[in-house]
Design a protein around this ligand. Structure first.
Ligand code: ADP
Ligand code: GLC
Length: 485
């Protein structure tokens, strides 16, 4: 099949979170299965730096109209990698910026226009470079593809037959803008209604995608159920219940070419289930990198790698931090995000210099070192559509301690000391006591060397490679293509 991916992130070009890992790994997996796969991304400043000085244009000039102005767009040919064709949407006024979505001062004020232009440019470019059987669009930034396709472009002979699959990686990020966005983006006012793009008097990109796409997917089975409830639906649960027959939960895979302790070149040493010796070296290297050389071998190291946002549940960590640093435990954290959480981690480290250390920022190599060098990985997310770090942790023999929600619940099984089964520790509910109890269970098992080793090996034996999930996506594309034919 011919599939076009439309996404705002993709490794190795541009990343703020798991979306980039998923797009960057799923596309080549589908190509490996024999599908013809193209990925469109905005040409951000960080992408530009990875391309040769002289750009090759696949399409020179496309004009994208808005209500009061026009923008000229070029489509840069990024060539083929691992069987996947890459195209970058070049519009310097919109994308030649340091960040993808905004700065510390907030989101870029023109994000509606930026990602509307991205979507329209992909549709226009497809007319020239090839219309796929299915557009696979990701999150709110690409969610206008089906909206344009079924409204402004409804009579396009070339585009009409193309189907659309929308993957919701996170229902909380919706792209909601003032009502006037409707005419600014040249949509007819008829679509600004509750059953289409309007949500609480905003023009809502994600809702539009949910309404107009042929099929919807999200990134774990549990989250597919959760988002149909008011607790997790972020106001869109009603729309999703209305589309329940077209909604699938497909668990993310992980790219073991990047995330495997046996081959990972970012580590001080490699290791595998057969020979775990390297993990101790990785641990020493990690403690060194964080200035915690004095931590003793008997002290468990808890790792954290995360965007520092409400979603990730650090309010619960704040509530147990005082008690935790009184125990024989070390904590290493890497993250960036909301200033209040950054401050919490800085303060926690400042008052506990001997056993708590934090690095504020984004650092891929350090993320690998934490996955390898820590004994436990903490992820108490309030909600988690899939989550990748806990799956990486399994492979690295770093035992996850997680809240039982979304993909965390689907991928981590509670340790059962009698049977020797399970891969981690889970807690339910929103109270810090639940998290505390899970940490205590983990610390207790850590004392039992044989039990702990069994637990590590159980995790390392898990296989969350992309093959199975890619087959499930291919089945969804087939279904959509058949409906459209
Ligand atoms: P989300 O997409 O909600 O942030 P995921 O667990 O799906 O959560 O994916 C997060 C990805 O981003 C992982 O690959 C993780 O290693 C990476 N990541 C998050 N924060 C950082 C950071 N500060 N430095 C390096 N990598 C990070
Ligand atoms: C989102 C979710 C995360 C998921 C990722 C990739 O950022 O927060 O849980 O793993 O997308 O699908």
């Amino acid at each position: 099949m011919r599939i076009v991916f439309v996404a705002s992130e993709c490794v190795p070009f541009a990343k703020t979170g798991g979306l980039a890992d998923v797009v960057g790994a799923l596309a080549p997996e589908l190509a490996k299965m024999g599908h013809e796969v193209t990925v469109y991304l905005p040409l951000y400043a960080c992408v530009r730096r990875q391309l040769p000085d002289k750009l090759t244009y696949a399409v020179r000039s496309i004009t994208i109209p808005f209500q009061h102005y026009k923008r000229k767009v070029g489509i840069v040919d990024g060539g083929k990698r691992a069987g996947v064709q890459y195209y970058f949407v070049d519009c310097p006024e919109f994308f030649d910026r340091e960040a993808l979505y905004g700065t510390a001062a907030g989101d870029y004020p023109d994000n509606a226009e930026r990602f509307a232009l991205f979507c329209r440019a992909v549709l226009e470019a497809s007319k020239k470079l090839g219309v796929p059987q299915v557009f696979h669009v990701h999150d709110w930034q690409a969610a206008l593809i089906p909206v344009y396709l079924r409204t402004v472009y409804a009579s396009s002979r070339l585009l009409r037959r193309a189907g659309v699959v929308l993957t919701i990686h996170n229902a909380a990020y919706q792209g909601a803008f003032p009502p006037a966005t409707t005419e600014q983006l040249l949509f007819p006012w008829e679509i600004f209604t509750m059953d289409k793009v309007e949500q609480f008097d905003k023009f809502n990109f994600l809702k539009g995608g949910m309404v107009y796409a042929d099929m919807l997917t999200t990134v774990s089975r549990k989250y597919a159920q959760e988002i149909q409830t008011p607790e997790f639906g972020e106001g869109l649960d009603g729309v999703l219940r209305g589309r329940t027959a077209d909604l699938r939960g497909i668990l993310n895979g992980v790219d073991y070419a990047e995330w495997n302790p046996a081959t990972d070149r970012k580590l001080a040493a490699n290791y595998s289930p057969e020979n775990l010796a390297g993990k101790a070296l990785c641990r020493a290297d990690l403690l060194d990198a964080f200035g915690l050389e004095m931590v003793e071998d008997s002290t468990p190291v808890i790792g954290i790698v995360s965007r520092l946002v409400v979603q990730k549940g650090f309010d619960l960590v704040e509530q147990v931090a005082g008690r935790l640093s009184e125990l024989n435990v070390a904590v290493v954290a890497l993250g960036a995000g909301e200033p209040s959480y950054e401050k919490f981690f800085r303060d926690w480290a400042f008052w506990n210099k001997a056993n708590v250390a934090v690095r504020i920022g984004y650092d891929n190599a350090l993320a690998h070192k934490i996955e390898a060098g820590a004994d436990m990985f903490l992820m108490p997310s309030l909600y988690e559509p899939c989550g990748l770090n806990q799956i990486y942790s399994l492979k690295y023999g770093t035992v996850p301690v997680v809240r039982a929600t979304g993909g965390l619940d689907d991928t981590i099984e509670e340790w059962n000391p009698q049977q020797g089964t399970g891969t981690g520790f889970k807690f339910k509910g929103l109270r810090a006591e639940g998290l505390w109890a899970a940490i205590e269970r983990a610390l207790t098992v850590f004392e039992d060397k044989a039990g702990w080793k069994r637990l590590m090996l159980n995790g390392m034996a898990q296989d969350y490679g992309w093959a199975q999930s890619a087959r499930e996506y291919a089945a969804v594309y087939e279904e959509v293509a058949q409906r459209r034919a």
